[in-house]
Design a protein around this ligand. Structure first.
Ligand code: ADP
Ligand code: MG
Length: 237
């Protein structure tokens, strides 16, 4: 079943007098529990399409449905509520709070969004920290962690609310190759464990090869979509 349906969307940014076309008539769908990558050079539209799917921005034209809800017509408040209940985010620059420990960073969305009871919260935080292999570092602050460890904490933070969909815009751009591949493989394992759909972007060929579905962007258009047969079979089990 499709979790994300993108129907003929275009996005133009207004720069003073000029319109900058960032996405041009894109139609595609993304299945539940898919592991999908948007790839393409800088300026091809990766961040724009992730922001539209992630309800952080609106298309100029077209329709986007996420988890059965048409999101392009939501107002700011409705978008915020939808984001909090359905989506998780992982950022290129990790975006952890420097004064909070790994545990507190992961707990934060539960405190802010879900208002969970303290005891249940602890269980949920420990479960995702365990899943990403960061239990032993849970009391460390970001400056005591390596880049790869920070991104593991960020993956746990994105998952702690049990979102249906996690969006990650160039999550490995600040990591060395080996660490980057490990972080993507961790995301893949988390898809398997929690059945969460993951959509990430990258401009790195070695990283994109870890995806099961690859949409290639060039100048705001999808020029190729590829699905890897072995992973399709896995997904259908
Ligand atoms: P990518 O993430 O692949 O590097 P982006 O989605 O950031 O690409 O950008 C796509 C195009 O839209 C580029 O031409 C970029 O310059 C333009 N663009 C992105 N954000 C803005 C903005 N806020 N205002 C004007 N133009 C923008
Ligand atoms: Mg970008």
């Amino acid at each position: 079943m499709a979790l994300v349906e993108i129907d003929n969307i275009s996005k133009n940014y207004q720069m003073g007098e000029v319109q900058v076309p960032a996405l041009k008539q894109i139609t595609l769908s993304i299945d539940e529990a898919a592991f999908v990558s948007f790839v393409g050079p800088s300026g091809s539209g990766k961040t724009t399409i992730l922001n539209l799917i992630g309800c952080l921005d609106k298309p100029t034209e077209g329709k986007i449905v996420v988890d059965g809800k048409q999101v392009n017509t939501l107002d700011r408040k409705q978008s915020a509520v939808f984001r909090g209940s359905v989506l998780g985010y992982i950022f290129q620059a990790f975006n952890l709070f420097p004064v909070l420990t790994a545990y507190e960073n992961v707990e934060y969305p539960l405190v802010m969004i879900k208002n969970e009871l303290a005891l249940k919260r602890k269980e949920q935080v420990l479960e995702v920290l365990e899943a990403v292999g960061m239990i032993e570092q849970k009391d460390k602050r970001p400056d005591q962690l390596s880049g790869g460890q920070k991104q593991r904490v960020a993956v746990a933070r994105a998952l702690v609310t049990r979102p249906k969909l996690v969006l990650a815009d160039e999550p490995t751009a600040n990591l060395d190759r080996k660490t980057a591949i490990n972080v993507i493989r961790l995301m893949h394992d988390m898809r398997d464990k929690f059945n969460t759909t993951f959509i990430f972007s990258t401009h790195d060929a070695g990283i994109m090869a870890e995806a099961e579905v690859i949409h290639t962007l060039e100048d705001g258009r999808i020029i190729q979509s590829k699905q890897y047969p072995s992973s399709v079979q896995e997904g259908e089990k």
